[in-house]
Design a protein around this ligand. Structure first.
Ligand code: SF4
Length: 414
Protein backbone atom coordinates (compact mmCIF):
# COMPACT_ATOMS: atom_id res chain seq x y z
CA UNK A 1 0.00 0.00 0.00
CA UNK A 2 1.45 3.40 -0.93
CA UNK A 3 1.78 5.73 2.02
CA UNK A 4 1.19 9.45 2.06
CA UNK A 5 4.34 11.52 1.94
CA UNK A 6 2.48 14.78 2.30
CA UNK A 7 -0.95 15.45 3.74
CA UNK A 8 -2.21 19.00 3.34
CA UNK A 9 -5.29 20.02 5.31
CA UNK A 10 -7.32 23.22 4.98
CA UNK A 11 -4.38 25.22 3.68
CA UNK A 12 -5.45 28.86 3.50
CA UNK A 13 -3.21 31.60 2.08
CA UNK A 14 -4.28 35.20 1.75
CA UNK A 15 -2.80 38.43 0.46
CA UNK A 16 -3.49 41.59 2.41
CA UNK A 17 -3.40 44.28 -0.24
CA UNK A 18 -4.42 47.91 -0.41
CA UNK A 19 -7.54 46.86 -2.32
CA UNK A 20 -8.47 44.36 0.38
CA UNK A 21 -7.96 40.75 1.38
CA UNK A 22 -7.32 38.36 -1.52
CA UNK A 23 -8.34 34.75 -0.80
CA UNK A 24 -5.76 33.10 -3.05
CA UNK A 25 -5.91 29.61 -1.51
CA UNK A 26 -8.96 28.63 0.52
CA UNK A 27 -9.07 25.50 2.68
CA UNK A 28 -7.19 23.34 0.20
CA UNK A 29 -6.70 19.70 1.23
CA UNK A 30 -4.91 16.92 -0.64
CA UNK A 31 -2.58 14.00 -0.06
CA UNK A 32 0.50 13.13 -2.07
CA UNK A 33 1.37 9.45 -1.97
CA UNK A 34 4.96 8.31 -1.91
CA UNK A 35 6.25 7.71 -5.45
CA UNK A 36 3.26 9.16 -7.30
CA UNK A 37 2.85 12.14 -9.59
CA UNK A 38 -0.04 14.29 -8.37
CA UNK A 39 -1.20 17.00 -10.74
CA UNK A 40 -2.88 20.26 -9.81
CA UNK A 41 -4.57 21.87 -12.79
CA UNK A 42 -6.55 25.07 -13.32
CA UNK A 43 -6.64 28.39 -15.13
CA UNK A 44 -4.27 31.24 -14.33
CA UNK A 45 -5.51 32.88 -11.17
CA UNK A 46 -6.88 29.67 -9.65
CA UNK A 47 -4.29 29.58 -6.84
CA UNK A 48 -2.10 26.69 -8.04
CA UNK A 49 1.23 28.48 -7.76
CA UNK A 50 0.37 30.08 -4.43
CA UNK A 51 -0.41 26.58 -3.16
CA UNK A 52 3.08 25.47 -4.28
CA UNK A 53 4.74 28.50 -2.70
CA UNK A 54 2.85 27.88 0.52
CA UNK A 55 4.18 24.32 0.72
CA UNK A 56 7.77 25.53 0.58
CA UNK A 57 7.10 28.57 2.77
CA UNK A 58 7.95 31.08 0.06
CA UNK A 59 4.81 33.23 0.15
CA UNK A 60 6.04 36.79 0.30
CA UNK A 61 4.54 39.87 1.89
CA UNK A 62 1.72 40.95 1.64
CA UNK A 63 0.82 37.26 1.47
CA UNK A 64 0.58 34.97 4.46
CA UNK A 65 -0.50 31.42 5.22
CA UNK A 66 -3.25 31.98 7.73
CA UNK A 67 -4.47 28.46 8.44
CA UNK A 68 -4.06 24.78 7.74
CA UNK A 69 -1.59 21.96 8.16
CA UNK A 70 1.22 20.75 5.93
CA UNK A 71 1.94 17.30 7.34
CA UNK A 72 5.14 15.77 5.98
CA UNK A 73 6.12 12.18 6.76
CA UNK A 74 9.74 11.96 7.81
CA UNK A 75 10.57 9.84 10.86
CA UNK A 76 14.03 11.40 11.36
CA UNK A 77 12.61 14.89 11.29
CA UNK A 78 9.78 13.82 13.60
CA UNK A 79 12.30 12.45 16.07
CA UNK A 80 14.43 15.59 16.12
CA UNK A 81 11.36 17.90 16.14
CA UNK A 82 9.90 16.04 19.12
CA UNK A 83 12.56 17.77 21.26
CA UNK A 84 12.18 21.38 20.12
CA UNK A 85 8.70 21.49 18.55
CA UNK A 86 6.66 18.64 20.09
CA UNK A 87 3.35 20.21 18.99
CA UNK A 88 4.39 19.76 15.37
CA UNK A 89 4.80 15.99 15.63
CA UNK A 90 2.15 13.35 15.08
CA UNK A 91 3.74 9.90 14.76
CA UNK A 92 6.00 9.95 11.69
CA UNK A 93 4.40 13.17 10.45
CA UNK A 94 5.55 16.69 11.15
CA UNK A 95 3.34 19.73 10.53
CA UNK A 96 5.99 21.88 8.91
CA UNK A 97 3.99 25.05 9.67
CA UNK A 98 4.65 24.49 13.35
CA UNK A 99 8.42 24.15 12.96
CA UNK A 100 10.73 27.08 13.73
CA UNK A 101 11.55 29.18 10.66
CA UNK A 102 15.15 27.96 10.29
CA UNK A 103 13.96 24.32 10.37
CA UNK A 104 11.33 25.03 7.72
CA UNK A 105 13.98 26.68 5.59
CA UNK A 106 16.26 23.69 6.02
CA UNK A 107 13.65 21.46 4.36
CA UNK A 108 14.13 23.25 1.03
CA UNK A 109 16.47 21.24 -1.15
CA UNK A 110 16.92 17.93 0.66
CA UNK A 111 13.20 17.43 1.36
CA UNK A 112 11.19 19.72 -0.92
CA UNK A 113 12.69 21.03 -4.16
CA UNK A 114 10.91 23.29 -6.60
CA UNK A 115 11.23 23.81 -10.32
CA UNK A 116 9.88 27.29 -10.91
CA UNK A 117 8.09 28.40 -14.06
CA UNK A 118 10.61 31.05 -15.03
CA UNK A 119 14.13 29.58 -14.88
CA UNK A 120 15.74 32.77 -16.23
CA UNK A 121 14.68 34.72 -13.16
CA UNK A 122 15.27 31.85 -10.75
CA UNK A 123 19.01 31.50 -11.39
CA UNK A 124 21.58 34.05 -10.28
CA UNK A 125 22.68 35.83 -13.50
CA UNK A 126 26.18 36.54 -12.15
CA UNK A 127 27.21 33.00 -11.21
CA UNK A 128 28.07 30.11 -13.55
CA UNK A 129 25.23 27.61 -13.78
CA UNK A 130 27.47 24.77 -12.63
CA UNK A 131 28.39 26.68 -9.45
CA UNK A 132 24.72 27.17 -8.63
CA UNK A 133 23.96 23.49 -9.04
CA UNK A 134 27.10 22.56 -7.07
CA UNK A 135 25.88 24.78 -4.24
CA UNK A 136 22.69 22.73 -4.00
CA UNK A 137 24.77 19.53 -4.05
CA UNK A 138 26.99 20.91 -1.29
CA UNK A 139 24.02 21.82 0.90
CA UNK A 140 22.75 18.25 0.61
CA UNK A 141 26.24 16.81 1.26
CA UNK A 142 26.63 18.84 4.45
CA UNK A 143 23.09 18.03 5.56
CA UNK A 144 23.72 14.29 5.07
CA UNK A 145 26.98 14.50 7.01
CA UNK A 146 25.23 16.25 9.88
CA UNK A 147 21.50 15.53 9.60
CA UNK A 148 20.53 17.25 12.87
CA UNK A 149 22.17 20.52 11.90
CA UNK A 150 19.99 23.10 10.19
CA UNK A 151 22.92 25.49 9.80
CA UNK A 152 24.67 23.29 7.24
CA UNK A 153 21.52 23.41 5.11
CA UNK A 154 20.90 27.11 5.33
CA UNK A 155 24.34 28.66 4.99
CA UNK A 156 24.15 31.10 2.15
CA UNK A 157 26.36 30.99 -0.89
CA UNK A 158 26.69 33.86 -3.35
CA UNK A 159 29.13 36.10 -5.13
CA UNK A 160 31.39 36.58 -2.08
CA UNK A 161 31.93 32.88 -1.52
CA UNK A 162 32.20 32.31 -5.26
CA UNK A 163 35.02 34.89 -5.48
CA UNK A 164 36.70 33.46 -2.36
CA UNK A 165 36.61 29.97 -3.87
CA UNK A 166 37.98 31.31 -7.18
CA UNK A 167 40.82 33.30 -5.56
CA UNK A 168 41.72 30.69 -2.97
CA UNK A 169 40.96 27.21 -4.32
CA UNK A 170 40.01 24.88 -1.49
CA UNK A 171 38.87 27.74 0.76
CA UNK A 172 35.41 28.28 -0.71
CA UNK A 173 32.06 26.70 0.06
CA UNK A 174 32.12 24.31 -2.89
CA UNK A 175 34.25 21.18 -3.17
CA UNK A 176 35.63 19.46 -6.25
CA UNK A 177 33.22 16.64 -5.41
CA UNK A 178 30.16 18.88 -5.54
CA UNK A 179 31.33 20.53 -8.76
CA UNK A 180 31.81 17.10 -10.37
CA UNK A 181 28.33 16.07 -9.24
CA UNK A 182 26.91 19.25 -10.79
CA UNK A 183 28.42 18.22 -14.12
CA UNK A 184 26.90 14.73 -13.75
CA UNK A 185 23.49 16.30 -13.08
CA UNK A 186 23.77 18.53 -16.14
CA UNK A 187 24.55 15.42 -18.17
CA UNK A 188 21.59 13.61 -16.59
CA UNK A 189 19.18 16.28 -17.84
CA UNK A 190 20.62 16.15 -21.33
CA UNK A 191 22.88 19.22 -21.47
CA UNK A 192 25.50 18.68 -24.19
CA UNK A 193 29.17 19.22 -23.19
CA UNK A 194 28.16 19.47 -19.52
CA UNK A 195 31.67 20.26 -18.18
CA UNK A 196 32.00 23.22 -20.54
CA UNK A 197 28.38 24.32 -20.00
CA UNK A 198 28.84 24.24 -16.24
CA UNK A 199 31.18 27.22 -16.61
CA UNK A 200 28.66 29.29 -18.60
CA UNK A 201 26.44 32.00 -17.15
CA UNK A 202 22.62 31.69 -17.32
CA UNK A 203 22.30 34.19 -20.19
CA UNK A 204 24.44 31.86 -22.33
CA UNK A 205 21.79 29.13 -22.03
CA UNK A 206 18.68 28.79 -24.21
CA UNK A 207 15.25 28.65 -22.52
CA UNK A 208 15.09 24.85 -22.77
CA UNK A 209 18.63 24.46 -21.39
CA UNK A 210 17.81 26.78 -18.49
CA UNK A 211 14.80 24.67 -17.61
CA UNK A 212 17.01 21.57 -17.68
CA UNK A 213 19.52 23.32 -15.45
CA UNK A 214 16.69 24.15 -13.02
CA UNK A 215 15.71 20.48 -12.95
CA UNK A 216 19.37 19.52 -12.35
CA UNK A 217 19.52 22.01 -9.47
CA UNK A 218 16.29 20.68 -7.99
CA UNK A 219 17.59 17.10 -8.20
CA UNK A 220 20.88 18.05 -6.56
CA UNK A 221 19.40 17.73 -3.08
CA UNK A 222 17.88 14.33 -3.91
CA UNK A 223 14.56 15.67 -2.62
CA UNK A 224 11.75 13.56 -1.23
CA UNK A 225 9.20 15.74 -3.03
CA UNK A 226 9.76 17.58 -6.28
CA UNK A 227 7.33 20.43 -6.90
CA UNK A 228 7.27 21.31 -10.59
CA UNK A 229 5.39 24.59 -11.12
CA UNK A 230 4.50 24.99 -14.80
CA UNK A 231 7.85 23.45 -15.80
CA UNK A 232 7.13 23.67 -19.53
CA UNK A 233 5.06 26.85 -19.86
CA UNK A 234 7.53 29.11 -21.65
CA UNK A 235 8.94 26.42 -23.96
CA UNK A 236 8.06 25.43 -27.48
CA UNK A 237 6.28 22.11 -27.89
CA UNK A 238 9.36 20.09 -28.90
CA UNK A 239 11.31 21.24 -25.87
CA UNK A 240 8.23 20.77 -23.69
CA UNK A 241 8.10 17.14 -24.73
CA UNK A 242 11.81 16.70 -23.99
CA UNK A 243 11.46 18.24 -20.51
CA UNK A 244 8.46 16.02 -19.72
CA UNK A 245 10.43 13.00 -20.95
CA UNK A 246 13.29 13.91 -18.61
CA UNK A 247 10.93 14.30 -15.64
CA UNK A 248 9.16 11.05 -16.54
CA UNK A 249 12.43 9.13 -16.86
CA UNK A 250 13.75 10.47 -13.56
CA UNK A 251 10.50 9.64 -11.80
CA UNK A 252 10.53 6.11 -13.24
CA UNK A 253 14.16 5.49 -12.31
CA UNK A 254 14.12 7.00 -8.84
CA UNK A 255 10.45 6.65 -7.82
CA UNK A 256 10.56 10.31 -6.82
CA UNK A 257 7.31 11.85 -5.62
CA UNK A 258 6.25 14.77 -7.81
CA UNK A 259 3.63 17.48 -7.40
CA UNK A 260 3.06 18.83 -10.89
CA UNK A 261 1.33 22.17 -11.28
CA UNK A 262 0.09 23.15 -14.70
CA UNK A 263 -2.75 24.72 -16.63
CA UNK A 264 -2.24 22.11 -19.36
CA UNK A 265 -4.46 19.03 -19.20
CA UNK A 266 -2.27 17.35 -21.82
CA UNK A 267 0.67 17.51 -19.41
CA UNK A 268 -1.54 16.09 -16.64
CA UNK A 269 -2.71 13.21 -18.86
CA UNK A 270 0.83 12.39 -19.82
CA UNK A 271 2.49 12.54 -16.42
CA UNK A 272 0.10 12.12 -13.50
CA UNK A 273 -1.45 9.33 -11.46
CA UNK A 274 -4.02 11.50 -9.71
CA UNK A 275 -5.22 15.03 -10.23
CA UNK A 276 -6.84 17.92 -8.36
CA UNK A 277 -8.70 20.61 -10.31
CA UNK A 278 -8.41 24.11 -8.82
CA UNK A 279 -10.80 26.98 -9.30
CA UNK A 280 -10.90 30.29 -7.41
CA UNK A 281 -8.51 29.07 -4.73
CA UNK A 282 -10.28 25.76 -4.08
CA UNK A 283 -9.86 22.18 -5.25
CA UNK A 284 -13.25 21.63 -6.87
CA UNK A 285 -12.70 18.08 -8.16
CA UNK A 286 -10.13 15.42 -7.40
CA UNK A 287 -9.56 11.80 -8.23
CA UNK A 288 -7.55 9.41 -10.35
CA UNK A 289 -6.70 10.33 -13.91
CA UNK A 290 -9.54 8.08 -15.09
CA UNK A 291 -12.03 9.68 -12.66
CA UNK A 292 -11.31 13.18 -13.84
CA UNK A 293 -10.84 12.51 -17.56
CA UNK A 294 -13.52 9.82 -18.05
CA UNK A 295 -16.11 10.72 -15.40
CA UNK A 296 -15.79 14.44 -14.68
CA UNK A 297 -18.62 15.71 -12.50
CA UNK A 298 -17.86 19.37 -11.97
CA UNK A 299 -18.94 21.55 -14.93
CA UNK A 300 -15.62 23.40 -14.66
CA UNK A 301 -13.67 20.17 -15.17
CA UNK A 302 -16.01 19.32 -18.04
CA UNK A 303 -15.38 22.78 -19.49
CA UNK A 304 -11.61 22.36 -19.29
CA UNK A 305 -11.84 19.00 -21.04
CA UNK A 306 -14.22 20.42 -23.64
CA UNK A 307 -11.75 23.15 -24.54
CA UNK A 308 -9.00 20.69 -25.56
CA UNK A 309 -8.54 20.37 -29.34
CA UNK A 310 -9.54 16.90 -30.55
CA UNK A 311 -7.45 15.61 -33.46
CA UNK A 312 -10.13 13.07 -34.39
CA UNK A 313 -12.76 15.75 -35.00
CA UNK A 314 -10.50 18.32 -36.61
CA UNK A 315 -12.46 21.31 -37.85
CA UNK A 316 -15.02 21.16 -35.02
CA UNK A 317 -15.35 24.21 -32.81
CA UNK A 318 -13.79 24.19 -29.36
CA UNK A 319 -16.10 24.80 -26.41
CA UNK A 320 -14.64 27.67 -24.40
CA UNK A 321 -15.69 28.23 -20.79
CA UNK A 322 -17.67 31.44 -20.89
CA UNK A 323 -16.70 34.28 -18.56
CA UNK A 324 -13.64 34.94 -16.42
CA UNK A 325 -12.24 33.58 -13.22
CA UNK A 326 -13.92 35.44 -10.37
CA UNK A 327 -12.37 38.14 -8.27
CA UNK A 328 -10.64 36.69 -5.23
CA UNK A 329 -11.09 39.90 -3.25
CA UNK A 330 -12.86 38.88 -0.07
CA UNK A 331 -15.46 41.64 -0.26
CA UNK A 332 -16.41 40.55 -3.79
CA UNK A 333 -16.63 36.80 -3.16
CA UNK A 334 -20.20 35.68 -2.66
CA UNK A 335 -20.81 32.83 -0.24
CA UNK A 336 -21.91 30.48 -3.00
CA UNK A 337 -20.39 28.14 -5.59
CA UNK A 338 -17.69 30.35 -7.13
CA UNK A 339 -18.30 28.83 -10.55
CA UNK A 340 -22.04 29.55 -10.52
CA UNK A 341 -21.82 32.66 -12.76
CA UNK A 342 -20.11 30.60 -15.48
CA UNK A 343 -21.91 27.33 -14.94
CA UNK A 344 -24.45 26.18 -17.54
CA UNK A 345 -26.17 24.08 -14.84
CA UNK A 346 -26.40 26.66 -12.04
CA UNK A 347 -29.38 25.94 -9.80
CA UNK A 348 -30.95 27.73 -6.84
CA UNK A 349 -29.16 25.52 -4.33
CA UNK A 350 -25.82 26.59 -5.88
CA UNK A 351 -26.33 29.94 -4.16
CA UNK A 352 -25.21 28.08 -1.05
CA UNK A 353 -21.65 26.87 -1.05
CA UNK A 354 -21.53 23.17 -2.03
CA UNK A 355 -19.67 20.79 0.27
CA UNK A 356 -17.46 18.09 -1.23
CA UNK A 357 -19.51 15.09 -2.40
CA UNK A 358 -18.13 11.66 -3.38
CA UNK A 359 -17.86 11.24 -7.17
CA UNK A 360 -19.01 8.28 -9.26
CA UNK A 361 -15.48 6.98 -9.90
CA UNK A 362 -12.89 5.56 -7.53
CA UNK A 363 -13.15 5.98 -3.74
CA UNK A 364 -10.77 8.93 -4.17
CA UNK A 365 -13.13 10.74 -6.57
CA UNK A 366 -14.88 13.79 -5.11
CA UNK A 367 -16.26 17.12 -6.30
CA UNK A 368 -17.50 20.33 -4.72
CA UNK A 369 -20.66 20.40 -6.81
CA UNK A 370 -24.29 19.44 -6.20
CA UNK A 371 -24.22 17.46 -9.45
CA UNK A 372 -22.02 14.90 -7.67
CA UNK A 373 -24.92 14.38 -5.25
CA UNK A 374 -27.88 14.36 -7.64
CA UNK A 375 -28.67 15.00 -11.33
CA UNK A 376 -29.34 18.46 -12.74
CA UNK A 377 -32.82 19.69 -11.84
CA UNK A 378 -34.06 22.01 -14.64
CA UNK A 379 -36.94 23.31 -12.53
CA UNK A 380 -34.32 24.72 -10.11
CA UNK A 381 -32.33 26.47 -12.87
CA UNK A 382 -31.33 30.07 -12.23
CA UNK A 383 -32.43 32.61 -14.87
CA UNK A 384 -29.75 33.14 -17.54
CA UNK A 385 -29.26 36.79 -16.59
CA UNK A 386 -29.16 36.07 -12.85
CA UNK A 387 -25.51 37.09 -12.43
CA UNK A 388 -25.41 39.91 -15.00
CA UNK A 389 -25.43 42.78 -12.48
CA UNK A 390 -22.99 41.02 -10.19
CA UNK A 391 -20.48 40.30 -12.96
CA UNK A 392 -20.58 43.86 -14.28
CA UNK A 393 -19.68 45.09 -10.77
CA UNK A 394 -16.86 42.62 -10.31
CA UNK A 395 -13.80 44.08 -11.93
CA UNK A 396 -10.96 44.33 -9.40
CA UNK A 397 -8.64 41.35 -9.46
CA UNK A 398 -10.12 39.61 -12.48
CA UNK A 399 -7.94 41.18 -15.10
CA UNK A 400 -7.91 38.59 -17.89
CA UNK A 401 -7.56 35.75 -15.49
CA UNK A 402 -4.47 37.07 -13.67
CA UNK A 403 -5.09 38.01 -10.08
CA UNK A 404 -2.84 40.83 -9.09
CA UNK A 405 -2.86 39.89 -5.46
CA UNK A 406 -0.61 42.64 -4.17
CA UNK A 407 -1.46 45.39 -6.53
CA UNK A 408 2.27 45.37 -7.32
CA UNK A 409 2.39 42.71 -9.97
CA UNK A 410 2.10 39.72 -7.64
CA UNK A 411 -0.30 37.34 -9.24
CA UNK A 412 -2.34 34.84 -7.30
CA UNK A 413 -1.21 32.20 -9.69
CA UNK A 414 1.90 33.16 -11.50
FE1 SF4 B 1 -22.57 24.49 -11.26
FE2 SF4 B 1 -23.98 24.33 -9.04
FE3 SF4 B 1 -22.06 22.57 -9.50
FE4 SF4 B 1 -21.49 25.11 -8.94
S1 SF4 B 1 -22.49 23.62 -7.57
S2 SF4 B 1 -20.55 23.88 -10.52
S3 SF4 B 1 -23.11 26.19 -9.97
S4 SF4 B 1 -23.96 22.83 -10.69
Amino acid sequence: MPRDLLSVRDLTTRFFTQEGQVNAVEKVSFDVEEGEVLGIVGESGSGKSVTALSLVDLVEDPGRIVDGEINYRNSELAESASENAPDAVDGDFVDVRKLPERHRRALRGPDFATIFQDPASSLNPSLPVGEQIAEAVEVQRRASANPRSTRSRTQSYGLGKFLLGTALPGQGYLTEESKARAIELLELVGIPDPAERAEALPHEYSGGMLQRAMIAQALAGEPELLIADEPTTALDVTIQAQILDILGDIQEETGMTILLITHNLGVIARMCDRVGVMYAGEIVERGSLEDVFDNPVHPYTQGLLGSIPDLESAGGRLQPIEGNVPSLLDQEMEDRCYFADRCPNAMEECLEKPPEFPGPGSPDHAAKCYLADHPYEPEQALPEDYFDDESSDTTVGRDDGKDDASGEGVSADD
